[in-house]
Design a protein around this ligand. Structure first.
Ligand code: PGA
Length: 251
């Protein structure tokens, strides 16, 4: 049985004080860690602060990005090696905003996935199609290409640890959530793809999250679908009460 994962991607939001206040509230939220994993992904500047704060069992820290080199002359970047040294356990790879504004490619995503795994952290590989791709009925091909390219050559053991987040770009920050059926059929497709490329044990272990305008009203239905193992939440993770309701919906 796969545990549900509820991950809050804060993107570039919150001052230092606001961030500490919200994390302190999340750190006390009740949930059953045997059934649910909660991950908070704040701007990286806050990770060391949160690492030192009190948190419930089952609540983990994640980074929104990392640079795939251990250390060196890369001004402005943060490496997976550094994140691991702070106790950060998850790291997003290839979020659509990174692909759009920072020109991240599938090959670059593979490099990051490998380095995050080497650092004993869990990569959350984000994939998803733009609106015009869905309208052209090419969304399955598009997601297949993204998933295969960013997992090329991984061992079965490593692949089991990868989390995939299906986030249709047209649903991110738009208030337009994919229907449970649209999300569900893509999740089943991705799991089948992993089965074909790896094996049945790997495909049944891999967590596949849905992201894109998830809120307290749609989270429960989305997570009730067989292949939807949790949610990656943007906007609604910035408000303690909404995030608490989404966590409760996972259980
Ligand atoms: P949203 O963002 O929930 O605000 O749509 C999701 C994401 O980009 O991870």
């Amino acid at each position: 049985m796969r545990k549900k994962i509820v991950a809050g991607n804060w993107k570039m939001h919150k001052t230092g004080q606001e961030a500490r206040d919200l994390f302190a509230v999340i750190g006390k939220m009740p949930f059953d860690h045997e059934k649910t994993t909660v991950v908070v992904l704040p701007p990286s500047i806050y990770l060391s602060v949160f690492a030192a704060m009190e948190k419930k069992q089952g609540l983990y820290l994640g980074a929104q990005n990392s640079y795939p080199v251990k250390e060196g002359a890369y001004t402005g970047e943060v490496s997976a090696y550094m994140l691991n040294s702070l106790g950060v356990e998850y790291c997003l790879v290839g979020h659509s905003e990174r692909r759009k504004y920072f020109h991240e490619t599938d090959t670059g995503c593979l490099e990051k996935v490998k380095v995050v795994l080497e650092q004993q952290m869990i990569p959350v590989l984000c994939v998803g199609e733009e609106l015009q791709v869905r309208e052209a009925d090419k969304h399955f091909d598009h997601v297949k290409k993204q998933v295969l390219a960013a997992t090329e050559g991984l061992s079965n053991t490593d692949m089991k640890r990868v989390v995939i987040a299906y986030e249709p770009v047209w649903a991110i920050g738009t208030g337009k959530t994919a229907s449970t059926q649209q999300a569900s059929e893509m999740h089943t497709f991705i799991r089948q793809l992993i089965h074909e490329k790896f094996d049945a044990l790997v495909s049944s272990a891999v967590h596949i999250l849905y992201g894109g305008s998830v809120n307290e009203n749609n989270a429960r239905e989305l997570m009730s679908a067989r292949d939807i193992d949790g949610v990656l939440v943007g906007g609604a993770s910035l408000k303690a009460d909404s995030f608490a309701k989404i966590i409760a919906a996972a259980e």
